[in-house]
Structure formats: C-alpha cells, structure tokens
Write a protein that binds this ligand. Structure first.
Ligand SMILES: Cc1ncc(C[n+]2csc(CCOP(=O)(O)OP(=O)(O)O)c2C)c(N)n1
Ligand SMILES: [Mg+2]
Length: 677
C-alpha cells in the first residue's frame, strides 16, 4: 500500500535531520570542533529512516561506526548528539564516547561501535533479553557490507535463528569497506543469500528508496514481534563522502560512479514523491527550516557545554560494588569447590529471575565439570542454554543481554578458549560503561576452568589472569576455597561490572566447609588464610593450598608465614597484610603473572648462593580508589635484607612454586618487570 503523505512527511523530516546534521558535522570537524573522527551518513539516510520508522521507544537499535543516522532515526536529540561529537560533558555519553560510540540509552539506542560488526552479537543479546522477558520488543542491528564478512555475523545468524530471536539484521551495503570494493572481498551472493542459508528470511532492496526499506523492514519487524524469529534486509546504497572525516585517503572510487549515485539522492526522491502527493515547495521549505533551527541550537548547546572532568572519567570505569557483609560464621556442610559453585548458581538463579546461564554443554549434562548440574531441570531451558561452539557470539550476547538489564553468566568450557572472544571481553564488556559516560552497567559474569596440573597441554592449561588484570573495566575474581567459591560467585553475579571469574580445575574436587543458604563475600577484600608474622605470601587459587603447605613446613623451621588469598586481584593487599615482607604466588607464566606485572611490584634478589630466592613486594601505601592506584605508587629503593632465606619448595604436579627464582640478568632486562633493588 502506498504511504500516506503524513507518513512520508515524517520520514522526510528525519532524513533532512540526518543529512543536515552530518553536513554540519563535516564543517565542525574541519573547524576542529568535532573530536576524534566521524563517519558521515550522507547518502544513506533512507536506510536508517525507513528501518527505524517501525520501532517504538522500547525497541532497541545497535549500530556501527557510521551511527549518526541510526541515532537520529531512533529519535535522538541533536543537541545531545552534537555535544557528544564535540566531546562535551552534556553529550549523550558525557563526551567519553564521541561519534564512534554514540548511544542514547533512554531511547534504547544501545550504541555505535568502533569495532566492525561487534555490535551484531551484542544486539542479539539484547534480543535474547527481550525474549526471556516475554515481551514483543524487537532489536534491529545495522552493519555494513564489510562487517558482513566478520565471523560474529555468521555465528549470530546461526544462533539468532536457532533461538528464534526477535532480531533484524540490516546490512547497509554501500559497496565499500573503507577503500575496498565489495566484489573483491565477498564470495557468493552476499549477505542476504548467506542469511537464507541459515534459514533466515532475507531480502535485498534499493537502500536509496525509503519506501522500499520501510516496507521490507516493516515485514521483518512484524515477524519478529509475532515471535517468528530473525530476518535480514540488505539495503543497497552509497555513501557520498569519504570513509571517515579524518581519513585523508587516495581516490578509490571514480568520479563518475560517485555522480551516478548522487543522481539517486534518497532525500530528493522523497521530495519528488511528496510533491506528487500535493506538497508544495513552501511546505518542504518549512520542514527544512525547522531542522535548521534545531541544528543551530544544537551547535550552540554543544559549544557551551564543558569538557568532562577526570572525576567523570574515573567514575565511568567501574560501577561501585554493592555493600555486602560476610556471614558471621564460616561453618557449614563439607562440600567440594565445584559443589559450592553449583550451590551459588542455584541460589542466585532462584533469587533473581534476571540471572541466566549459557555456554557449551551447560544444560543437559551440567557442564563438563558439573558446575551447572541440575540447573536446567530446575530453571528450564530458557534460563540454562546450551550454545553452539561459537564463543565470540555467545559472549557478545552476554554483553548485550547485560546492557539490556539481565544478569547473564557465560561459561567458557575451558578458559583457554577465551582467546576466541577477546574483542567482546576487552573492547566491549570492559569499555561499554566508560564509553557510554558511566550510564550503562554490564552485570555479566564470564566464568570457567583454568590452570594446569592434569597434563592437558598448552591449549587447555593456561592461567590467564594477568591478561584481564590489565584491562580497566573488568573485575577479576579467583577463589581458592569452597567457602570463597560460593560467596564470591554470588557476589560476582550481583555485581554491576563485568566479572572474570576463574576456577582452577584442580580445585573442583577439593573440600571445605560451606555455610548453608545464600551469602556473599565482598569483592576487593583479601583474606588471611593463615596468620604469621615474618613474611606474607599472597596467593590465589591453587597456590593458596601450596602456600599453606609450605607455611606449615616453614613453621617447623621457626619461620612464621602469613598466607593471604586475594579473592579479587590485589589492589590493597598490603594494607591488609600484617607483615612488611611479602611474596606472591600465581601459576601463570613467569613474565605474565599478575604478581610480576603489577607495575614492578615485585623484585627478586638472591639471598644466598643456592637456588633460594626471596621475593618482596613493598607495601602499597595508596588506599586511593583510583582505578589504577599501582600506577602512581612509588616503591622504596632500599629494603632491609631478609633475616632468613626462604627455601623453594619443589613444585608438585608440574606447577611452578610460588616463590620466584632470580632470573638471569639478561632475562630480567628482557621482561622489564622484575627490577633488582
Ligand atoms: C575489526 C575491525 N577491523 C577493521 C576496522 C577498521 N575499519 C573501520 S570501518 C571499516 C570499513 C567497514 O566497512 P563496512 O562494514 O562496509 O561499513 P561502512 O564503512 O562502509 O559503512 C574498517 C576497515 C575496525 N574498526 N574494526
Ligand atoms: Mg560498506
């Protein structure tokens, strides 16, 4: 059915807003007022406009780097947008996201993205959230022809189809990924044919015709609302400008091609249609003038807004941990570490309907280490989801579901596989809150078994904590006892930050007392596992057991060792320590362990001619809540010698001991992390 004049006028108005906004953005960028870079949407206005016309405020949009048009079509205010592009505090993301990460969470515009196609699984996660809540809301994801070649797009198509998610893939095929013509990178018939291969209804339309886009996406949205699953619309269009405003690239398109596409101007086509329906020049002019007024006000608003402060930036990195108290008594039933984790999952899923679990084999068989045993029977398949082997997409879906208000737990079957997902963990989960100006929370737990000891070789045995300890925005938790496992997992699930929760494989069968019922252990607090006065050993996971064993042996030699476990990575270890000497124990590779990489917190020096070593972490004096306090801590240059050397225990089960041997001086220089006093 042809569109009524009123509807077309509304679409026209949106298209003019997009066009003029981006024309103005070019001017402001050239004048140095728009920060970073920006990717102009001029030429593609019909796609965002026709697609978003079917969405209500409660439906969500996820975007890519070329996101201004998507944001405007979702109803965003131009003044907040302009302030954001100018890097100002009154911008949608308080100036911390800029053009490439612009979001309007109040409108469920979940954000643009600087990583090509990364938004696609995140959007699908938001769609999963709407499905789990049982609403008829839908999520629409924009991505480019270049993005269509990313693996996560394929993975997400598969999973969205398997799970029948209310999700619409909108591929804006503007023929180029940066400088590269699609014909040189894309096999087969393109993205719509690929979607059909996954059983997803797909269509290719003229993306410069707003009515064609409107009709195609309208069908897709209706289908998603009916609960019939995802659809794909490929809109063929063309960007008029260069790839980005900052990129000053040599020509890669012919002038003739550019002119041919400008002849197909999507805005002019709507004007013609409106005139055919009786609109006059004056009517159109009035609509355009309204946009000009809005734009002038937006530029003034952005220019007057202050730059964000350091306090705004710091507060945007982490959500505050909620206050929690440990149980008065640690007494309880004897349970294994694995059973304690399982109890925490049961408890939290019963307590909060937003909590759900997904991962490979977590449902039917309860996970390969049985940590999720019994959950599917108790909470159903919707909340305990077996996934395909596609870690990047289901971790990304965890991110999206968390941003959309759920509290997902994602299991990585063996922690080494986390390497598959690093973009979603490091660039997405960890950064979203910051880049959205501290307005978003990402209450996501990514957990799984790590560590060696059972000869699973180098792809199934790594201790990778140090990777994540160096990423602002992530919380890293690594329990060492069943008591800690239950309380810390509950705390991680209730936390509003993305939490990396590491379970050492060797600990699963270890036993200890675990209190009945739900309890939490506050994150960020170290725990004294054994009192001592001569030296403190700080350890995590398996190494706590080892340290306790060694402390027992040293007691017989008259050395009193305090053993401290650091359930969350040690920001303020020393303030909890009662001795002034400490050693750190971790089972990660020497040059990559958190203890050696915390900004030169450790050094080694030989204390005798034998294979003995001491390792000392000077006391952290900072109790600041700055995100990276160690970066500003200064260490004493001279330290009193230890009265007695510590003897290295022989490392059992192929693991390294907790106390470092001195490195040969060349190696020491090479790592750059262990400096002699
Ligand atoms: C993972 C990743 N690879 C490369 C880039 C650099 N880059 C940014 S946009 C872009 C082209 C994307 O093309 P397409 O998806 O078609 O979107 P378009 O720019 O055409 O709108 C490239 C290569 C990036 N940001 N992220
Ligand atoms: Mg493209």
């Amino acid at each position: 059915m042809p569109l009524r004049r009123q509807t077309l006028e509304t679409l026209y108005q949106v298209m003019v807003r997009i066009r003029r906004f981006d024309e103005k953005t070019v001017e402001l960028f050239n004048a140095g007022q728009v920060k970073g870079t920006a990717h102009s949407y001029v030429g593609q206005e019909a796609v965002a406009t026709g697609a978003c016309a079917h969405l209500t405020k409660d439906d969500s949009v996820i975007s890519n780097h070329r996101g201004h048009g998507h944001c405007i079509a979702k109803g965003a205010r131009l003044d907040f947008m302009m302030a954001e592009l100018m890097g100002r505090e009154d911008g949608y993301c308080r100036g911390l996201g800029g053009s490439m990460h612009i979001a309007a969470l109040d409108l469920n515009m979940l954000g643009a993205n600087g990583i090509v196609a990364a938004g696609v699984p995140i959007g699908a996660g938001a769609a999963l959230a709407t499905k789990l809540r049982g609403t008829d809301r839908v999520v629409l994801s924009f991505f480019g022809d270049g993005g269509a070649n990313q693996g996560v797009v394929h993975e997400t198509m598969n999973l969205a189809a398997v799970w029948k998610l209310p999700f619409i893939f909108v591929c804006e095929n503007n023929k180029y990924a940066l400088s590269t013509d699609q014909s040189r990178t894309t096999a087969g018939e393109g993205v719509s044919a690929r979607a059909r291969a996954y059983g997803i209804p797909a269509t290719r339309v003229d993306g410069n015709d707003v009515v064609a886009v409107y009709d195609a996406v309208g069908e897709a949205v209706a289908r998603a609302r009916r609960g019939e699953g995802p659809s794909c619309v490929e809109a063929v269009t063309y960007r008029w400008g260069g790839h980005s405003m900052r990129a000053n690239l040599p020509d890669y398109r012919t002038k003739q091609e550019e002119l041919e596409w400008m002849e197909k101007d999507p805005v002019a086509r709507v004007e013609k249609r409106l005139m055919d329906l009786g609109a006059s020049d004056v009517d159109l002019k009035k609509m355009r003038e309204r946009v000009e007024g809005e734009l002038d006000a937006a530029v003034a608003y952005g220019s007057e807004s202050p730059e964000p402060t350091v306090e705004i930036m710091e507060a945007a990195v982490y959500s505050p941990h909620s206050r929690a108290a440990e149980p008065a008594s640690r007494a309880g039933r004897e349970q294994t570490f694995g059973e304690a984790l399982n109890a925490a999952l049961h408890g939290e899923m019963a307590r909060d309907e937003r909590v759900f679990l997904m991962g490979e084999d977590v449902g039917l068989i309860g996970g390969i280490f049985q940590v999720s045993k019994g959950l599917r029977d108790r909470f159903g398949e919707d909340r305990v989801r077996d996934t395909p082997i596609s870690e990047p997409s289901f971790v990304g879906m965890g991110v999206g579901a968390a941003v959309a208000g759920m509290r997902p737990i994602v299991e990585i079957q063996i922690w080494d596989f986390i390497a598959m997902t690093m973009d979603q963990v490091v660039n997405q989960a960890a950064k979203i809150r910051y880049m959205l100006g501290g307005k978003a929370t990402v209450p996501l737990v990514i957990r799984g078994p790590q560590g060696g000891g059972i000869r699973l070789a180098a792809q199934h045995s790594q201790s990778l904590e140090a990777w994540f300890c160096h990423v602002p925005g992530l919380v890293v938790v690594a329990p060492s006892t069943p008591y800690d496992a239950k309380g810390l997992l509950a705390a991680a699930i209730r936390d509003d930050n993305p939490v990396i929760f590491l379970e050492h494989k060797m600990l699963y069968p270890t036993k200890g007392e675990v209190p009945e019922g739900d309890y939490v252990i506050p994150l960020g607090k170290a725990d004294i596992k054994r009192a001592g006065k001569d030296v403190t050993v700080v350890a995590t996971q398996m190494m706590v057991q080892r340290a306790l064993q060694v402390a027992g042996d040293l007691e017989k030699e008259g050395i009193s060792v305090e053993v401290m476990s650091s359930p969350r990575w040690p920001r303020r270890i020393a303030s909890s320590s009662s001795t002034r000497r400490s050693s750190a124990g971790a089972s990660a590779p020497r040059s990559r362990r958190w203890s050696a990489r915390r900004g030169s917190t450790c050094w080694t020096r030989p204390s005798s001619a034998s294979a003995r070593a001491t390792c000392r972490c000077p006391t952290t004096t900072s109790s600041s809540s700055r995100p990276f306090p160690h970066a500003t801590t200064s260490w004493p240059r001279s330290a009193p010698p230890f009265s007695r050397p510590l003897t290295l225990p022989s490392p059992p089960m192929g693991e390294r001991g907790s106390i470092q041997k001195p490195l040969p001086s060349r190696a020491r220089r090479r790592t750059g992390t262990l400096s002699p006093p």
